[in-house]
Design a protein around this ligand. Structure first.
Ligand SMILES: [Zn+2]
Length: 269
């Protein structure tokens, strides 16, 4: 991916240089047009099969550590799945391949059910082949500045950039969480990752005072303010639409979460 188009695009932005021709020739932000390549990915969400690949945002999940555009000077460790205990015994590391696959599928399900945007989430292994737009780094680290958030993302209210960044802080999740079932862990990681991806697409937090999902709803609102760990173990979905362009300015938004109660936490936006 370091040789991919979006790397150069980001570099160009930093340098204040508009490398438009380079971007277009490296295919930044597009799925390969080879039907054989597209079909298995679109299979994760049938409505994407008929969508224009140019209009489908590709999100890469990276597990092995590295740098993020949010913390360009830091090298963040990869996620350590052995730190997350399973109620069934053992840790997520014992089922790492299945976990990565289920996590990817679950995030794709959240976005597939929300027909207002076309998003396809890829595992890092596929990223060199498919030129991803946004990168989500799943690290075992805590936030380099010491804040206790579980995730952080570039907030792009008008969704003008395709190559945003997000980071999921595994150690902070471990500290807040208990021993969960495999499926609950899938939900916890899928929800926080999908939530951070949503910030990169222009979604902001929805006030808990007028929560659109309600206590008896089948799904927890993905962008709800101040999620608790109890809520994080359930499936999340987008419930309420929102438009934040052009009323907001770009910033970093992050998601924290507390203990196993309904006690709220601070986002520190
Ligand atoms: Zn958030």
């Amino acid at each position: 991916m370091t040789l991919g188009g979006h790397h150069y695009f980001r570099l160009a932005k930093r340098l204040g240089v508009a490398l438009i021709s380079l971007v277009s020739t490296t295919g930044c932000g597009t799925i390969s047009t080879d039907p054989a390549a597209v079909r298995p990915l679109a299979g994760k969400c049938s409505r994407l099969a008929s969508a224009n690949p140019e209009n489908t945002m590709l999100i890469a999940l990276e597990w092995g550590g590295g740098t993020s555009g949010i913390y360009p000077a830091e090298i963040l460790d990869g996620i350590d799945l052995s730190a997350f205990n399973l109620q069934e015994g053992g840790t997520l590391a014992d089922r790492s391949e299945l976990f990565e696959q289920r996590l990817t599928d679950q995030i794709n399900q959240i976005y597939c059910d929300w027909q207002q945007i076309n998003v396809l989430v890829l595992n890092g292994n596929d990223v060199n082949f498919y030129n991803a737009d946004t990168k989500v780094l799943l690290t075992q680290a805590v936030r380099p500045d010491g804040r206790m958030d579980i995730g952080e993302a570039e907030y792009d209210p008008c969704d003008v950039q395709r190559d945003n960044d997000a980071v999921i802080f595994g150690e902070r999740i471990r500290q807040l969480a208990g021993t969960y079932t495999f499926d609950e862990w899938v939900n916890v990681f899928a929800n926080v990752t999908a939530h951070e991806i949503a910030h990169t697409l222009g979604y902001a937090h929805i006030s808990r005072e007028n929560r659109p999902d309600g206590p008896g709803a089948p799904y927890v609102e993905l962008m709800l303010d101040r999620h608790t760990m109890k809520e994080m173990r359930r499936e999340h979905r987008f419930v309420a639409p929102q438009t934040n362009c052009p009323n907001e300015t770009s910033a970093f938004l992050s998601a924290g979460t507390t203990r196993d109660t309904d006690v709220s936490f601070s986002f520190g936006r």
